[in-house]
Design a binder for this molecule. Structure first.
Ligand SMILES: *[C@@H]1O[C@H](CO)[C@@H](O)[C@H](O)[C@H]1NC(C)=O
Ligand SMILES: *[C@@H]1O[C@H](CO)[C@@H](O)[C@H](O)[C@H]1NC(C)=O
Ligand SMILES: *[C@@H]1O[C@H](CO)[C@@H](O)[C@H](O)[C@H]1NC(C)=O
Length: 486
C-alpha cells in the first residue's frame, strides 16, 4: 500500500507508492517480575501508548539485532491475543512495498488492536482486531523500513533473498526473547509484495526444518492477501480490472489485450514490451488518472494538503467514504512521528535522521526480484502439507483478484489437486463475504467482497472472519445458516 496513494505512476505496483505505528510504579514492578517469570522481555513491554484505551492484553515492541557486526536491526511490535493468549497460535504479518511498514500498515491501520484517532494524537480500539483470534507479530522488514535500520549503508541495497534470510534470523532471535512461542503453531501472513516475502520466508524455514535435528518451526499455514505472485498474470489483471470497471476506454482495453505480450514483461521500466504496447499502457494510466485510489477504486481519496493542515490545526482529519476513514494513514503518520509515541514503543533508538514514513524511499531494492515466479515456492509449501490461502479484496486494481484467481488455479493444476470446495459464495453475518474455492483440501482462494488491497482496512469484519477460519483450520461457511464466529 500506501499513504493514500492516489498517484500510482507506473502500473501501481510501486510508483511513488508500493504494494503495495507511585502506585503505578508498584504495579509495574509486579507486572515486570511476572513477565520475566513467563519468559517475556520486560524491557520490550509497552506499558501504555499515548492516548491508548485501556486493554487487557499485553503489547511488546523493540529491536532484534540480525547482524551485530553491521549494526542491522529489525523493529517489531507484538500483541498478545485478547483472550487466552497461551492457547492461541502465533501469526506473523508482513506488509509489502517492497519498503513498506508492517507496524504502520498492518498493525495501526489494518488488523491490529488500535487505529489512530481523527486528530492523529491518540488511539481508538479496532473491535475487529486479528488478536481476537491469534497472537500477532508485526515486523519492519527489511532494514531501512520504518524503524528498522542498519549502521552499514550498503545493507540498504537489498532484495528478496536477503530479506527472507534476515527474517529467519529475526525469528530465531525473537524466540529467544519469547521462548514460550517457540513450539507454538505458526501462521505466516501478509499482503501485496509479501506475496514474495512470505512464501520465500516459509521456504527458508522449511529448509531449516529439513536440516535441523533439534528445533523446527511449527508452520501451520500461509495466507497472503492480494499478493504479487507472477507478473504475466498479475500485470494484465490490472488492465482487465481497469477495463471491466470503466476506468479506461474500450479502445485502449482491446489494444492492450491484443498487443501486449505479458510473458516477457519485466517489472522495471522499460517493461520489455513492444512500443505500441508500452504506449497503450501509458495511455491507460493517463486515463485512469491520479484522483483515484488504485488500492480501492470504490473509495474516495484523501487530499494530503488538506489533511496535513487539519492535523496541524488539531482538527479531525477523518473523511468517511463507504464506511472507511480514507485519511487514516495520515492520522497514523502524524501519530507515529510524535516523540512520545516513539518513546513508548521503544522505537527509533538511534535517532534516525529522517521522519517515519509508511514506505521508505531509502532502499535500493532489487528490481529484478519482482519478476520472479512465486508458484514453485508455493508448490513446495503445499507439498509439505501446509495449507495455503490466497485472499483478495475485490476492489483492488493493483494486484487484482483476476490474476490471483488464475494463478491459484494454475498452481492447483500443476499439483494435480482436485477441487474440494466448488467456487461459491461464503457468508458472514448473513451476507456474502466473498467467493471461495478450495483445491486438494490444502489450497484456498477467497475473495473478500468490498475490500481494498489492504483487505482488513476496508472490510474489518469479513477479514477477521476469514483470518479466524484460517487459523482454526476451518473452511469459510457456504451457507447463511452456519452461525458466524465473529
Ligand atoms: C524480453 O522479451 C524477449 C522476447 O519478447 C525475450 O526473449 C527476452 O528474454 C526478454 N528480456 C527480459 C530481460 O526478460
Ligand atoms: C527519530 O528521532 C529523531 C529525533 O531524535 C527524529 O527527528 C526523527 O524524525 C525520528 N525518525 C523516525 C523514523 O522515527
Ligand atoms: C457446503 O459445505 C458442506 C460441508 O463441506 C457440504 O456438505 C455442502 O454440500 C456444501 N453446500 C453447498 C451448497 O455447496
Amino acid at each position: 500500500m500506501d499513504e493514500g496513494c492516489g498517484s500510482c505512476v507506473t502500473v501501481g505496483i510501486m510508483g511513488r507508492c508500493c504494494f503495495g505505528v507511585v502506585s503505578i510504579a508498584v504495579l509495574c514492578f509486579a507486572a515486570l517480575v511476572s513477565y520475566g517469570a513467563e519468559g517475556y522481555p520486560a524491557e520490550d513491554l509497552v506499558v501504555e501508548l499515548p492516548g491508548q484505551p485501556k486493554v487487557g492484553f499485553k503489547q511488546f515492541a523493540g529491536y532484534i539485532d540480525v547482524d551485530v557486526k553491521n549494526g542491522r536491526s529489525l523493529f517489531y511490535y507484538f500483541v498478545e491475543a485478547e483472550k487466552n493468549p497461551e492457547k492461541k497460535p502465533l501469526a506473523l504479518w508482513l506488509n509489502g512495498g517492497p519498503g513498506c511498514s508492517s507496524v504502520g500498515g498492518g498493525a495501526f491501520t489494518e488488523l491490529g488492536p488500535f487505529f489512530p484517532t481523527g486528530d492523529g494524537r491518540a488511539l481508538r480500539r479496532n473491535s475487529m482486531s486479528w488478536n481476537r483470534a491469534s497472537n500477532i507479530l508485526f515486523v519492519e522488514s527489511p532494514a531501512g523500513v520504518g524503524w528498522s535500520y542498519s549502521e552499514t549503508a550498503s545493507d540498504y541495497t537489498t532484495g528478496d533473498a536477503k530479506t527472507a534470510n534476515d527474517m529467519y534470523i529475526f525469528l530465531l532471535k525473537w524466540y529467544e526473547k519469547f521462548p514460550e512461542f517457540k513450539s507454538r503453531e505458526l501462521f505466516l501472513t501478509g499482503e501485496s509484495y509479501a506475496g514474495h516475502y512470505i512464501p520465500q520466508l516459509a521456504e527458508v524455514l522449511l529448509d531449516h526444518n529439513a536440516r535441523s535435528t533439534g528445533f523446527k518451526f511449527n508452520i501451520k499455514g500461509v495466507a497472503i492477501g492480494n499478493p504479487l505472485l507472477r507478473l504475466n498474470r498479475d500485470i494484465p489483471a490490472t488492465y482487465e480490472f481497469f477495463w471491466s470497471h470503466g476506468m479506461i476506454s474500450d479502445e485502449i482495453g482491446l489494444k492492450i489485450m491484443n498487443e501486449c505480450q505479458f510473458d516477457d514483461y519485466t517489472f522495471a521500466n522499460p517493461h520489455n514490451v513492444t512500443d505500441s504496447c508500452n504506449e497503450a499502457l501509458t495511455q491507460a494510466n493517463i486515463i485512469v488518472g491520479s484522483f483515484i485510489d488504485n488500492y480501492d477504486v470504490i473509495l474516495d481519496i484523501c487530499y494530503p494538503s488538506i489533511v496535513e493542515q487539519e492535523l496541524r490545526l488539531r482538527k479531525l482529519a477523518t473523511k468517511i467514504s463507504v464506511g472507511v476513514d480514507v485519511c487514516m494513514s495520515y492520522e497514523r503518520s502524524y501519530y507515529f512521528n510524535l516523540p512520545e509515541v516513539q518513546k513508548a514503543l521503544h522505537a527509533n533508538r538511534t535517532n534516525l535522521p529522517y521522519a517515519w514514513s509508511m514506505c521508505t524511499g531509502g532502499l535500493e531494492y532489487s528490481d529484478t526480484d519482482a519478476n520472479m515466479d512465486m508458484l514453485p515456492i508455493l508448490k513446495k509449501i503445499i507439498k509439505n502439507h501446509i495449507p495455503v490461502w490466497v485472499f483478495s479484496g475485490d476492489e483492488d486494481s493493483v494486484v487484482p483478484l483476476l490474476g490471483s484467481r488464475t494463478l491459484v488455479r494454475e498452481l492447483a493444476h500443476d499439483l494435480n489437486l482436485k477441487i474440494t470446495v466448488p467456487y461459491g459464495a461464503w457468508f458472514h453475518r448473513s451476507q456474502v463475504g466473498g467467493w471461495v474455492t478450495e483445491y486438494g483440501n490444502l489450497l484456498t482462494f477467497a475473495t473478500v467482497r468490498g475490500a481494498a488491497h489492504m483487505v482488513p482496512y476496508s472490510q474489518p469484519s469479513r477479514a477477521l472472519h476469514l483470518f479466524s477460519s484460517f487459523v482454526r483450520g476451518r473452511r469459510l461457511p457456504n451457507s447463511t445458516r452456519i452461525p458466524t464466529e465473529d
